[in-house]
Design a protein around this ligand. Structure first.
Ligand code: 4AD
Ligand code: MG
Length: 433
């Protein structure tokens, strides 16, 4: 006889009925006459109870052979039980082992070093903490799509194999037939600008690559970026949108992923600060602030992670640092008419010492100025000819930004290192699993 197969999260609709649940063993306990098996199926956890005298001998014998992380199917009656996790318990009548795991499952209930855990990432993902993080990541991803869909933005996918550099910083390259070198995209932005002239308001959401030799808690070599690009937005419109966007993401996670935030023991009151207006601090004032605190940073230099932590620590809420010096930023940023040594840009720094989660700017829309910057940076002019064309055929005021998904998720979830917020992190020294 077969019974309906039910996911643990749906057991509530089957109280009193006999069903089959399939999953993996997370805990085992037996008193000799009564045995308990806790299983996980991805939708929740369920405690099953086996009473020796009430089940066929094979079922009792099968229980005795069970090991942690074995996969199994249990069939029994769904019973409401306020003490059980999830509120239901299964009175097991039949138990089938699907895949018996050897006793040496690498991840044991004890402290493991992070390198060991990363080497066993394919198993580490099964832990409640990792599952909570990935659900929060998913919530952020879905919120991104909802936010832009509701506002009439078109999602556009841009190429990963590209012929030109998009940002300064390391490039991954590969041979590309007769065309020579191809690079893994560092950004989709330049294509986003072409698409904004076609569709008005667009966003990209894809993997981006940086061959950065930085071993820090906020650098990956492969990370996901959301890059909106808006025709007729100046830099103020751009920052207003970013503020609304970040607030939306935080509130959505708090609203819909409260249970997961609790698994992570996240102090969510720290996120209340996004409800206040974000600070807008001029780069020159940020430098003055840093110098007053003893830093030897000079005007003209980009802010490093420790500098960002100091700046954002002054306010304990998100801070836009605006109008950086030209030399510290990418070639495509619009010259600031009020101070041509600087560009109309902003980095958004997240609180709790997190630092930059967004880089954005108004784009240079003047053909000659852009060409000048490309030459000044020594970039190959021919590869950017199509990009320059956008300034020749109907140039337009436009702006955009890039939000780093992993940095944002790590901040919201309160996870220290971004390697934990992507299923299989790629960073210097790590390509497996
Ligand atoms: O500041 P970035 O380099 O800006 C751009 O790529 C622009 N093209 C964006 C645009 O205007 N369309 O990167 C944007 C964001 C950073 O603020 C950071 O959150 C994230 O991408 N990021 C990284 N995240 C993880 N690992 C890395 N190595 C990262 N590099 C950048
Ligand atoms: Mg940046």
């Amino acid at each position: 006889m077969t019974f309906p197969s039910v996911r643990i999260s749906e057991l509530g609709r089957h109280a009193g009925a006999v069903v089959t649940v399939r999953g993996w063993v997370t805990h085992l306990r037996s008193s000799g006459k009564v045995a308990f098996v806790v299983l996980r199926d991805g939708s929740g956890t369920l405690q099953g109870v086996v009473v020796k005298n009430a089940v066929p001998a094979e079922a009792w014998e099968a229980f005795g052979r069970l090991t942690l992380e074995s996969s199994l199917a249990v069939t029994g009656e769904v019973r409401a039980d306020a003490r059980a996790p999830g509120g239901y318990e299964l009175g097991i009548q039949a138990l089938e082992i699907v895949g018996l795991a050897p006793l040496d499952y690498p991840i044991q209930p004890k402290e493991h070093g992070v390198d060991f855990l990363l080497d066993h990432r394919h198993f580490w993902l099964r832990s409640p903490r990792q599952a909570a993080i990935l659900r929060i990541r998913h919530e952020v991803e879905q919120s991104v799509h909802d936010f832009f869909y509701e506002r009439g933005f078109v999602r556009c996918d841009t190429p990963i194999l590209t012929g030109a550099q998009g940002e300064s910083g390391g490039l991954f390259e590969t041979e590309y037939f007769e065309e020579g070198k191809a690079y893994l995209a560092q950004t989709g932005q330049l294509y986003g600008e072409a698409l904004a002239a076609a569709l008005g308001r667009i966003y990209t959401f894809g993997p981006t690559f940086r061959a950065e030799k930085s071993k820090t808690r906020r650098h990956l070599t492969e990370f996901w970026m959301i890059e909106p690009e808006m025709a007729w937005y100046d830099q103020d419109d751009n920052m207003n949108l970013q503020e609304e966007f970040v607030r939306f993401l935080v509130e959505r996670v708090r609203e819909r992923r409260a249970a997961e935030l609790q698994v992570l023991e996240r102090d969510v009151s720290k996120l209340d600060c996004v409800r206040e207006p974000f600070v807008r601090l001029d780069y020159s004032d940020a430098i003055a602030l840093l110098q007053s605190k003893g830093s030897d940073i000079k005007w003209g230099e980009d802010l490093g992670a420790p500098d960002e932590a100091v700046v954002v620590g002054e306010y304990e809420r998100p801070v836009f640092v605006v109008n950086y010096p030209k030399e510290a930023k990418a070639f495509y940023m619009k010259e600031n008419p009020a101070d041509p040594r600087t560009v109309r840009c902003a980095d958004l720094l997240a609180p709790e010492g997190r630092g930059e989660i967004i880089g954005g700017s108004q784009r240079e829309d003047d053909y000659d100025k852009l060409l000048g910057r490309i030459r000044h940076e020594g970039l190959p002019e021919e590869t950017y000819s199509w990009y320059l064309d956008l300034r020749k055929y109907g140039t337009f005021v436009h702006s955009g930004f890039g939000l780093g998904l992993e940095r944002t998720v790590a901040w919201i979830a309160g996870v220290e290192h971004i390697r934990e917020v992507i299923p299989f992190p790629r960073m210097m020294g790590r390509l497996r699993p």
